[in-house]
Design a binder for this molecule. Structure first.
Ligand SMILES: C[S@@+](CC[C@H](N)C(=O)[O-])C[C@H]1O[C@@H](n2cnc3c(N)ncnc32)[C@H](O)[C@@H]1O
Length: 238
């Protein structure tokens, strides 16, 4: 997807990017490619693919959740900033926190945030299992997002502890969403969530299937969760 088409496709969804925002995506692309030569950030490097499979794909989260409000977002395992940095560029009033267990990616994010002059962003090098026990993060966020981090049963344990009661966990998934949801239901329920919706669509050019699972946080997460680092993946709640 060329950058002009990216802008047009977002316009169709009511998301208008001004010149500064378009420039920000251009800088993001260039920095991503430059840093990707030194540290592993993404396998997708061709410009049109980055615009569609990273930037546009990330912003689809805003097609199903109103991001025009002043919301605090925690993005678990954001890697090179996906999905929260593209969302932040589109909706500058969002308060964004990223937690990722890879220090080099956090270094990239700090550099990028300086380049883009982003405000109200904070990046932490930590595992979600550890940060999720910390009162400074636990049940503090209106929205918690995750894309390509773990399957739903595991991901729920990594993400739901961060969501405040009344907030939402948004899981951005590929074509396996329904099956993942089936095995993830027990974890969602146990951790205080309730599936509110699942929206399935295809990317405009590439045609790849995507699903956005939206989980409402109805009850507090039991103190026991998240369990110690590595355990959610090793022994998923299923
Ligand atoms: C495949 S990448 C996906 C990155 C990004 N969300 C995206 O959509 O491109 C997964 C990221 O999750 C991070 N990660 C995996 N497990 C984690 C955990 N338990 N706590 C924090 N970060 C984690 C990894 O360091 C990595 O950057």
């Amino acid at each position: 997807m060329k950058s002009e088409k990216f802008v047009r496709k977002l316009e169709e969804k009511g998301i208008m990017l001004n010149e500064a925002q378009q420039k920000a995506f251009d800088i993001y692309f260039k920095e991503l490619i430059e840093w990707n030569e030194k540290i592993n950030l993404t396998a997708i490097t061709e410009e049109e693919e980055v615009y569609e499979k990273h930037f546009y794909d990330c912003i689809t989260a805003a097609f199903y959740t109103d991001m025009t409000q002043e919301l605090s977002i925690c993005d678990i395992g954001a890697g090179a900033g996906f999905p929260s940095i593209p969302l932040k560029i589109c909706f500058p009033h969002l308060k964004v926190t990223i937690i990722d267990s890879l220090k080099k990616r956090i270094n990239f994010l700090n550099h990028l945030a300086n380049k883009l002059e982003l405000t109200n962003v904070a990046f932490y090098h930590d595992r979600a299992e550890i940060a999720g026990k910390n009162e400074a993060f636990r049940e503090q966020y209106d929205l918690v997002t995750a894309r390509a981090v773990a399957r739903m049963s595991v991901l729920s344990e990594l993400c739901l502890p961060f969501v405040k009661k009344g907030g939402y966990f948004i899981a951005m998934k590929g074509s396996q969403a329904e099956e993942e949801l089936e095995t993830g239901k027990a974890a969602i329920e146990l951790l205080g969530g309730e599936v509110e919706s699942i929206d399935t669509f295809t990317l405009p050019q590439d045609g790849g299937e995507r699903s956005i699972i939206k989980v409402a946080k109805k009850r507090k997460t039991p103190k026991k969760y998240p369990r110690k680092a590595g355990l959610p993946n090793k022994e998923p709640i299923e």
